[in-house]
Design a binder for this molecule. Structure first.
Ligand code: ACO
Length: 336
């Protein structure tokens, strides 16, 4: 009998309707469409309207993933929201999202692993499903990064965007199309200062001093982050390929965290995977952190890029530092 595994059963994505083009940013900052395209691959990003928060985007994406999975909200017994921009420090964003999605008393909690949140979430969901703690899990990556962008910082303004992506995972077996077959997760806190939002937590409040004016904004050391992203996603991807027993040639699609198109291209070179197999959604959405992988999956899936049984490698890197990768086959579902 085939081993127990989590199986991808539903997929949906939601981008808020308002877009900000590179041209618009060029009027606000000393930058240009040409610089942004060539250095990052981003052409536009979607931005939530005032008053619209992470939970609101999560509900939209959650509805879509549940519809893609054939409905049946009642059958979901766990909701995980992966986010670095929660609605508030307490309570977590997930319980409110669960209530708004009509999930009854399903277990609901947040995962915070920076841009690796979706990979940490999918590994956690898979563990719950294979251990028998849940039969169907809704995992949503959702971010409103526009709320933590320093209006004076062109580096972060050009790459980040808002959005949410979601998957439904069910308990199944490893021989089914859609099965999650291998994982790799890692972290290195010695690199914690590369990407931070320093304010808003106990560390800052414990000083008894008022926060710096920019403490609520994201600070990123871009070049070092770039190098670490390539290194860590490369090592983590290789670990997953070794675990699942696939050669680079046997990977049909690499769906990496959409941080920078140059990172994804360099990663493909390091892994020895053809560039045509790199899935890219960054042109449309920028870096949506925890939402970027499910959004890229939903976009490529709805364009008919994947065939049932195709081999997919997911990989992400983010604040922490954190990273994670997973191998799965494509189930042949229709994303919403
Ligand atoms: N427009 C024009 N010029 C710019 C801009 C801009 N928006 N931003 C920086 N520059 C300038 C710099 O000032 C610098 O000028 P100088 O040479 O005169 O000093 C020059 O461009 C090069 O700067 P770099 O920082 O080296 O630019 P780089 O090519 O590294 O691109 C970027 C910056 C896009 C941020 C890149 O480093 C990157 O993508 N880093 C990785 C981001 C990432 O992976 N994040 C993942 C996790 S995020 C999370 O977990 C929340």
């Amino acid at each position: 009998m085939s081993a127990r595994a989590a199986v991808l059963a539903g997929l949906g994505g939601y981008l808020p309707p308002r877009t900000v083009t590179n041209e618009e940013l060029s009027r606000r900052f000393d930058t240009s469409d040409e610089w942004i395209r060539t250095r990052t691959g981003v052409e536009r990003r979607h931005v939530a309207d005032p008053g619209v928060s992470t939970g609101d985007l999560a509900v939209e994406a959650g509805h879509r993933a549940l519809k893609s999975a054939g409905g049946g909200q009642g059958a979901v017994d766990m909701l995980i929201v992966a986010t670095a921009t929660p609605d508030q420090p307490v309570p977590a964003t997930a319980p409110d999202v669960a209530a708004r999605l009509g999930l009854g008393t399903a277990a609901a909690f947040d995962v915070q692993a920076g841009c690796s949140g979706f990979l940490y979430g999918i590994a956690t969901a898979s563990a719950a499903l294979t251990a028998g703690h849940a039969t169907r899990v809704l995992l949503i990556g959702a971010e409103v990064f526009s709320t933590v962008l320093n209006p004076g910082d062109r580096t972060t303004a050009v790459i980040f965007g808002d959005g949410a992506g979601a998957v439904v995972l069910r308990a199944g077996t490893a021989d089914e199309p859609g099965a999650l077959l291998a994982f790799d997760l890692g972290a290195d806190g010695t690199g914690k200062d590369l990407i931070t939002i320093p304010g808003g937590g106990a560390r800052q409040r414990s000083t008894g001093r008022p926060p710096q004016p920019d403490a609520g904004y994201i600070h990123m050391r871009g070049q070092e982050t770039f190098a670490e992203a390539v290194r860590r996603m490369g090592q983590s991807s290789q670990a997953v390929l070794d675990r699942v027993g696939w050669s680079a040639d046997e990977v049909d699609h690499v769906v990496g965290h959409q941080a920078n198109l140059r990172i994804l291209r360099t990663l493909a070179v390091h892994l020895g995977v053809d560039q045509e197999r790199v899935v890219s959604h960054i042109q449309e959405a920028g870096n949506t952190s925890s939402a970027s992988i499910p959004l890229a999956l939903a976009d490529a899936g709805s364009r008919g890029r994947f065939r049932t049984g195709d081999r997919l490698l997911l990989t992400a890197f983010g604040a922490g530092l954190t990273w994670g990768s997973a191998a799965l086959t494509w189930p042949g579902l229709t994303p919403e």
